[in-house]
Design a protein around this ligand. Structure first.
Ligand code: FAD
Length: 389
């Protein structure tokens, strides 16, 4: 199946990972990305279980391990900044095997750089229309000239325009919270340390790789579905300001830094759960097809595994059906895990925060703490390894 032309929409994680596999198989691959370049935004992301095997097969595991966040400590703080508990990251993260944690843009950059010499990347453009025919897909772009491809893959994230074009409106499943992530000055002086601060219905977290580098802050708040215009960044910032007004600790500084942040990211904690991931010559990949939500910590792993399987089957007879058949049980498991984690991610009232803080404060004295954490994290490892590559 060499020489077939594939268009991938989205140069996040799934898009470049699929491009890597398809280029190896001899496809001519174009990736179109709406942003003007790779988006240097986001927080740390996890790559676990079967997804690390995908990185190994791609020959990129060592590069990703070299960029691991190397997080050392997680510290829970009170509103005056005093520590409640400081715990070794290894204990709480419960990594197994080659599980790794990497800043999102580092992974995106590694995948892009590993493919840039064999794949055509078009930044600052997007698909306008798709006409799926018997022997190809005619594509018009918002800026570039029309072109014909043999296959099109939508790896364009949670709000996928490709999904909307081929499947119509498919409502997201709202998991009851919103998340905002952006760069702030490293006023905390943290280095390979994550700080967590809980308030009723709100969670604030901050991380920096190095004392001399800026930190990334995450502000998450519980909320029913809101009517939000995705292009209205000023409106999204106003919402975050309102949700975190008067919340103590360094929150006022974080809110002050919001307007200077070059990478403000805001979205709902939502899932995509579709009955099918393809139509004709068009398929969906990653968050566009099966977003488990950031609460699961599994979105990146799903995109990598999905890219590997779609990359194996695309262009073969019944290829899209095989991709779906092999991938779906793993996806179902991770969507269920994401729903469970979303309930636990944002703290409830004062009582549940006090209970959590007590647990964190006393954990290090527990004689069987490793086994206890292992038991708590067992569903995560089960979901992460629910497919054999
Ligand atoms: C800026 C950003 C920051 C993120 N930060 C986090 C985080 O901190 N923690 C976390 O758990 N998850 C985060 N995510 C989501 C996470 O990257 C995904 O869950 C996961 O990695 C799956 O990757 P994906 O390639 O399917 O989607 P994504 O990583 O979302 O990539 C989709 C890509 O498609 C592009 N795109 C969107 N619409 C179009 C269009 N119409 N045409 C062309 N391109 C388009 C986007 O700009 C993006 O580059 C973030 C996503 C983005 C885009």
């Amino acid at each position: 199946m060499t020489n077939s032309r594939v268009l991938i929409s989205g140069a996040g994680i799934g898009g470049p990972a699929l491009a890597h596999r398809l280029a190896e198989r001899g496809f001519r691959v174009t990736v179109v990305e709406r942003a003007g370049g790779l988006r240097e935004a986001g927080y740390k992301v996890d790559v676990r279980g079967s997804a690390t095997e995908v990185l190994r097969k791609m020959g990129l595991l060592a590069a990703c391990q070299a960029a691991d966040t190397g997080m050392r400590q997680i510290t829970y703080v009170k509103s005056n900044g005093a520590p409640i508990a400081a715990l070794p990251a290894d204990l709480l993260m419960g990594r197994r095997g080659d599980d790794l944690e990497i800043m999102r843009w580092d992974l995106s950059r590694i995948l892009h750089d590993a493919t840039a010499d064999r794949v055509e990347y078009v930044f600052g453009d997007a698909i306008d229309t798709l006409q799926d025919g018997l022997d190809g897909v005619d594509v018009t772009f918002e800026k570039g000239a029309p072109r014909r491809f043999d296959y099109v893959v939508g790896a364009d994230g949670l709000h996928s325009a490709t999904r909307r074009t081929v499947m119509g409106e498919t409502p997201l499943s709202h998991l009851g919270a919103y998340i905002s992530i952006y760069t702030v000055p490293n006023l905390l002086g943290i280095e390979r340390e994550e700080i967590m601060y809980s308030r009723p219905g709100r969670l604030v977290f901050a991380y920096a790789m190095d004392r001399d580098q800026p930190a990334r802050v995450g502000l998450t708040f519980a909320s029913p579905r809101l009517d939000i215009d995705r292009r209205d960044v000023a409106g999204q910032k106003a919402l975050v300001r309102e949700a975190f007004a008067g919340q103590g600790w360094k929150v006022p500084d974080f809110l002050d830094a919001m307007d200077d942040a070059p990478d403000f990211y805001f979205d709902s904690l939502s899932q995509v759960d579709l009955p099918s991931w393809s139509a004709g010559r068009v398929a969906l990949l990653g968050d566009a097809a099966y977003c488990p939500s950031p609460a699961s910590g599994q979105g990146t792993s799903l995109a990598l595994v999905g890219a590997y399987l779609l990359g194996r089957h695309l262009g073969t007879p019944g290829g899209f059906a095989a991709y779906e058949r092999e991938m779906r049980p793993y996806v179902e498991k991770n969507l269920a895990f994401g729903r469970k984690m979303a309930k636990e991610m944002v703290p409830g009232g004062r009582l549940s925060i006090a209970f959590r803080n007590y647990g964190m404060r006393t954990l290090k004295y527990h004689p069987r703490k490793e086994q206890m954490i292992d038991k708590i994290l067992a569903p995560m490892h089960e979901a992460a390894n629910a497919i054999t590559i």
